[in-house]
Design a binder for this molecule. Structure first.
Ligand SMILES: NC(=O)c1ccc[n+]([C@@H]2O[C@H](COP(=O)([O-])OP(=O)(O)OC[C@H]3O[C@@H](n4cnc5c(N)ncnc54)[C@H](OP(=O)(O)O)[C@@H]3O)[C@@H](O)[C@H]2O)c1
Length: 427
């Protein structure tokens, strides 16, 4: 594990520990730290903008986990995104900062900047492509120069998809050229719900979708070579999962594409063409989604519309997001599966000739995506940075999870922590 020093006393600092997701991260880090001992004992602290709220968060975690020592033994660092000096002081004290302060488009950049300037590695659970891609554009060289790793989207967005594709590539004997993934979320009688801040991130992200096109132009990338691409309509009945499906609007396609570009440019691998879909059930769900989607697209374009959307998340999201967030029962009863259907060319066949002649089906499954799988994924990502920093690319930079952890054991670590990868029979 990366060494701590009297000047940098913590392996890990959880920033935003008072938040809805932050509280679950605190639990997971506390559990992980309790398993470590001696020279490899994890030293960690919590950070946020209010000492009082951080103390209360530790108090609650101590009760939930029956670990009274959390109240007395966990250091508290007060840092506010709007106070540069407080961020610098926080970043000087940790080897890795795990940032749970969102929406990242409003709060993320000062934290990335402070990490780079003060020599702390950075991981987050952002699912906002504009923020993730802009950080790569503006901070990759600075992070590389300072030997700092900045690794965004280490939660449910987009570890299962990004590492799921890497896993599928590794299991495929030959050259994998195209993959379609189908996300299914199953919940109990009380349904599935996400917390308001994720809804806010989505509202502002969709409102600003045109900036993504301008941002991508600035990279000046040449298009990735296309091998064996498959195209489908926007809405279709998937024989594979026996449901109607629509394109998945999250950050997965953006993250996977950046990883595939990295692997093509740095590792000379044939890039995989990726399409992400989500299963939505029967025709009635499609009609409901179509009407809701139209209203949403219309409203995000106007400031009054955005105000209404963010003020009444539950109403406008049909109960999918709420200010209170999911109940423990909803969390416990929810799980996800992400199934990958890939095709390509078997070993010894030339991908530049003929049509694909081999298929593979893999699956990533896990517990509730937003607050259980996300938390496992980001904590294991941070632990991987601490333990396998020499297996990360170059000596720093801004990376996707797939690019950063390509040569590490993160998939194996996740297999032991509620996210399972497996090869399936083609249905
Ligand atoms: N990738 C995924 O699958 C996934 C899953 C879950 C969440 N997320 C993302 O994670 C982020 C957090 O979500 P959440 O539901 O946990 O949000 P939340 O409950 O609103 O928590 C936000 C946290 O940020 C802190 N904060 C706000 N402004 C701050 C400032 N100026 N300085 C320092 N701290 C500040 C809050 O502190 P106070 O308590 O002091 O207000 C709180 O700790 C969101 O962007 C969400 O989209 C992603």
């Amino acid at each position: 594990m990366e060494a701590v020093t009297p000047h940098r006393p913590y392996h890990l600092i959880v920033f935003g520990a008072t938040g809805f997701t932050g509280q679950f991260v605190v639990d997971e880090v506390a559990r992980y730290a309790a398993e470590t001992a001696g020279d490899s004992a994890l030293k960690w602290a919590v950070a946020g903008r209010s000492r009082q709220r951080l103390e209360a968060a530790l108090e609650r975690a101590a009760g939930r986990l029956s670990m009274p020592e959390l109240r007395t033994d966990t250091e508290i660092i007060v840092a506010d995104v709007s106070d540069e000096e407080s961020l610098a002081i926080m970043c000087q004290q940790g080897v890795v900062i795990l940032n749970c302060v969102g929406p990242y488009r409003f709060h993320g950049e000062p934290v990335v900047k402070a990490c780079i300037e003060n020599g702390a590695h950075y991981v987050d659970i952002c699912g906002e492509p504009q923020f993730l891609e802009r950080m790569q554009l503006e901070y990759h060289t600075k992070a590389l120069d300072r030997g700092v790793y900045v690794i965004g989207s280490c939660g449910f967005d987009s570890i299962p998809a990004d590492l799921g594709i890497l896993y599928t590539q590794r299991q495929f004997r030959g050259t994998l050229t195209a993959v379609e993934s189908f996300l299914q979320i199953s919940s109990g009688s009380e349904g599935f719900c996400g917390h308001d801040t994720t809804w806010q991130s989505a509202v502002h992200g969709f409102a600003d979708s045109s900036s993504l096109r301008r941002l991508r132009k600035k990279f000046g990338h040449k298009p990735l070579p296309v091998v064996g691409v498959k195209k489908r309509g926007y809405v279709f009945f998937s024989k594979e999962i026996e449901q109607y499906t629509i394109p998945f609007m999250g950050s997965d396609p953006s993250v996977v594409k950046r990883t595939q570009r990295f692997l093509y440019e740095e590792e000379h691998q044939s890039p995989v063409q990726y399409s992400a879909y989500i299963g939505v059930g029967g025709l009635f769900s499609i009609v409901k989604l179509f009407c809701g989607g139209l209203l949403f697209w219309f409203m995000v374009k106007f400031s009054l519309g955005r105000k209404l959307l963010t003020r009444f998340p539950s109403f406008f999201s049909f109960g999918l997001f709420s200010k209170a967030g999911p109940t423990m029962k909803q969390i416990e009863d929810t799980c996800f599966s992400l199934t990958f259907f890939g095709e390509g060319y078997s070993e010894g066949t030339d991908p530049s000739e003929g049509t694909p002649n081999a298929k593979i089906c893999t699956q990533v499954i896990g517990a509730e995506p937003g607050y259980v799988a996300t938390v496992s994924a980001v904590v294991q990502a941070a632990v991987t940075v601490l333990n396998e920093v020499h297996s990360l690319p170059r000596r720093g930079g801004v990376y996707t999870p797939g690019a950063a952890f390509y040569k590490t054991s993160l998939i194996d670590r996740l297999q032991n922590h509620s996210i399972k990868f497996s090869v399936r029979n083609w249905p």
